[in-house]
Ligand binder design. Structure first.
Ligand code: SF4
Length: 308
């Protein structure tokens, strides 16, 4: 049984029933495709009801501006009075904590697992590995930075040669998102690694909202279509694109039409804002500007509120 490849997490914490899809025993490509179809059907039937926006992932092609827009998104929720937790799951890009004004990083969640024995929890990990639910208060302070209503966590970074792969990071993220029990006016925003590998591992299956950052490029829009397909296969109903780096209104219209053809709904557009570029260059939170206004409108749309 491959502990990294069970999309339902059966082998990792022994917390879900095996549906006998056959994926972990598949030897051929055909068997893997068949198993994936069984999982897709199971998750579509048993996926989470969308309910209110609480657990969001921000994803997309590399370089589209996920981290900048994660910062804007979290800021928009904070300004609306939401207790907002940001989870950095990107194993490569450093510095997201700086965007939120933190001088240091929290202890990585990956340190909860013993090296070379992924799946064997170390002492002191009961808050994550034990029990069925977890509140933000249950997370030890060394793993979560706090400033007023803002919380920040980090799964871990690959820093050294031979450090190992990122599979166990994916398992931690998936389990954390499943257990996290958020109260009213609490949200979590997860900055995902680029691409669809995390979707292949089912990391997103316990979230209620997938936000795909899309730039004006064929690859970015094609990937958005793929992410919608994979998200729906996990039973996630709220999957929307946010357009970024859009140079003109005509390009926005073209992108919207192209994405519609691929089954991708657009939540809104973040217009080019020099302040956003400067903040990204300096590694700080963006200040006032049109990008911030645009994200505020997108959050109102996500919350089902009118623009008035
Ligand atoms: S058969 Fe499927 S559900 Fe069961 S452990 Fe293997 S991959 Fe997971």
């Amino acid at each position: 049984m491959g502990i990294f490849h069970c999309p339902l997490g059966v082998a990792f914490y022994d917390d879900e029933g095996c549906i006998d899809c056959g994926l972990c025993a598949a030897e051929t490509q055909e068997e893997m495709v068949e198993a994936s179809k069984k999982i897709r059907a199971f998750l579509k039937a048993n996926g989470p009801n969308p309910g209110p926006v609480k657990k969001m992932v921000v994803c997309g092609k590399g370089g589209v501006g996920k981290s900048s827009l994660t910062t804007l998104l979290a800021g928009a929720f904070l300004r609306r009075g939401y207790r907002t937790c940001v989870l950095d799951t990107d194993e490569s890009n450093p510095g997201l904590s700086r965007f939120f004004g933190f001088e240091k990083e929290p202890k990585s969640l990956i340190t909860l697992l013993s090296r070379f024995s992924a799946g064997n929890a170390s002492p002191g990990t009961e808050w994550l590995t034990g029990g069925d639910t977890l509140s933000l208060e249950d997370i030890p302070s060394e793993f979560i930075l706090s400033h007023q209503n803002l919380k920040f966590m980090m799964v871990g970074k690959i820093k050294d040669p031979f450090q190992g792969c990122a599979c166990s990071m994916a398992d931690i993220t998936r389990d954390l998102m499943r257990k996290l029990d958020l109260k009213e006016k609490e949200v979590i925003v997860v900055d995902m690694e680029a691409g669809v590998e995390s979707f292949g591992r089912g990391v997103e299956r316990n979230v209620d909202t997938v936000l795909i950052i899309v730039e004006p490029s064929y690859e970015s829009m094609a990937l958005a279509g793929k992410i919608v397909y994979m998200s729906e296969g996990m039973g996630i109903c709220r999957v929307k694109a946010i357009l970024n780096k859009v140079p003109s209104e005509s390009m926005r219209e073209k992108m919207t039409a192209e994405l519609e053809k691929r089954g991708v709904q657009v939540a809104g557009t973040v217009r080019f804002d020099p302040e956003l570029s400067e903040a990204g260059f300096e590694g700080r939170e963006p200040g006032e500007g049109i990008a911030r206004e645009d994200m505020a409108a997108i959050v109102r749309e996500l919350l089902g509120e009118t623009d008035s």
